[in-house]
Design a protein around this ligand. Structure first.
Ligand SMILES: Nc1ncnc2c1ncn2[C@@H]1O[C@H](COP(=O)(O)OP(=O)(O)OP(=O)(O)O)[C@@H](O)[C@H]1O
Ligand SMILES: [Mg+2]
Length: 406
């Protein structure tokens, strides 16, 4: 990776101009770019671009200078750890020295070099420091690349969400539209007023259904992305409503087991999306004539400090998860559905669960005669909501587990 101009520049801070000039001459002679500097120069410099390492004479580092430097160093980006080389004065350990050593602790990546120091020792220490700085720049590059890739995935995720909502919306409005068309035809050919009135009444009911579906879809898009208190059963019922026609057409039986459950503090639109994804997958796996069982219950999650929350379990009597994808199930673009699946559903779902600091687990059996899958999502009531860093850098809890039986 090519580093930016001056990124390997060494700043030399020595109160005696002669020391500073000598060190600079030595380093320049060994091909290392360096300039004499001061603590206030460093405080003005962006530590993520422009400094390779800093050499400081101990006498330039009083308690107040240490405080300035420590404040600046603490603001470094996560990948950065600026190397500081401190040239100490020779002599016995004094109380003052010990105090300074303690005060220097927040400076992080600090190496003490005792004077008098041999020129080649200083050069090799600086080269080592710059090597570690180059590695930091490499990590910065990788983080930037990862961020770009994640942005692209996020965009793809949004498109997939829109496509999924659009197709489920089209599917839902198709049935009432077809009925209204038929009823209008029947009204046109009917000779009896009573019959005509009957057709008109049913057509009005179908139109009311249409308007309900449209309103619900509009609400999806208008919903705020801020976390609010959410009743999980409402979310599940709204999601099931959206699949009402498809469930009926495929003769799939829904068993609801909704128990007492605390409110969840979360983003309603995201949670609805999560449930829609899991239900859609269960429907695809069942095909025709099976059962989907949805249980909601208050629960404690023992693996993470006995947090209180809700457990949503969606079980289906479908085909079971095919073993080839079991290890990559929650990764993007993993699908067995060819052109009809983007393979983003479970990845998006696990991201939503992760943002809500919950867990998602799955058990599945793909060997006949008994096949099926159970997804179990735990959502804590109070997830101590903190905005997740755009790079998704929150990894302090488990997001997925997979158990395959048979
Ligand atoms: N309940 C389930 N039963 C069986 N297989 C499942 C189930 N849920 C998920 N899968 C498998 O996991 C794969 C990935 O699911 P995912 O939801 O991520 O993508 P998809 O459903 O293929 O596409 P889409 O992006 O449209 O959701 C599916 O293709 C399917 O093979
Ligand atoms: Mg899916």
């Amino acid at each position: 990776m090519i580093t930016r101009e001056n990124e390997l520049l060494v700043l030399v801070i020595a109160p005696s101009g002669r020391d500073g000039a000598m060190i600079c001459n030595l380093l320049t002679g060994n091909g290392i770019a360096c300039i004499p500097s001061t603590i206030s120069d460093i405080a003005r410099t962006e530590l993520n671009a422009g400094v390779g390492a800093v050499i400081l004479a101990e006498e330039a580092l009083g308690i107040s200078e240490i405080a300035i430097l420590a404040a600046h160093v603490s603001e470094q980006p996560t990948w950065a750890d600026l190397p500081l080389l401190v040239l100490t004065l020779a002599g016995a350990v004094s109380a003052g020295n010990l105090r300074k050593a303690l005060a220097r602790q927040p400076l992080g990546n600090l190496v003490l070099l005792e004077r008098p120091i041999r020129p080649e020792t200083l050069v090799s220490a600086v080269q080592g420091a710059l090597r570690s700085r180059r590695r930091q720049y490499l990590v910065r590059g990788l983080m930037a690349e990862r961020h770009v890739a994640e942005q692209a995935l996020r965009k793809a995720e949004k498109l997939a969400v829109a496509a999924r909502l659009a197709s489920s919306f089209s599917h839902e409005i198709n049935n009432p539209l077809a009925s209204v068309t038929n009823l209008l035809y029947l009204i046109g050919v009917s000779s009896s007023l009573r019959e005509t009135q009957n057709y008109a009444r049913v057509a009005a009911q179908e139109l009311a259904r249409l308007s309900e579906i449209v309103t619900q879809n509009l609400r999806f898009h208008k919903e705020s992305s801020k976390p609010v208190a959410v009743q999980v059963s409402q979310i599940v019922n709204a999601a099931l409503d959206l699949y009402k026609a498809r469930l009926a057409a495929a003769e799939i039986l829904i068993e609801r087991d909704f128990r007492e459950c605390p409110l969840i503090f979360g983003v309603a639109g995201e949670l609805r999306h999560l449930i829609l994804n899991l239900i859609a997958n269960a429907l695809d796996a069942i095909g025709r004539g099976g059962t989907m069982k949805i249980r909601i219950a208050g629960a404690r999650e023992h693996s993470n400090g006995s947090r209180l929350g809700a457990r949503i379990t969606i079980g289906d009597t479908g085909s079971g998860i095919c073993p080839e994808i079991r290890n990559s199930l929650f990764e993007p673009f993993v699908s067995t559905k060819g052109d009809t699946g983007t393979g983003l559903g479970l990845w998006v779902s696990s991201e939503i669960v992760r943002r809500h600091r919950g867990t998602i687990r799955v058990m599945s059996r793909a060997h006949p005669p008994f096949t099926g899958t159970v997804f179990s999502v735990f959502l804590p009531s109070h997830p101590n909501w903190t905005p997740v860093h755009p790079s998704g850098a929150v990894h302090d809890y488990q997001s997925e587990t997979m158990q395959l039986i048979g």
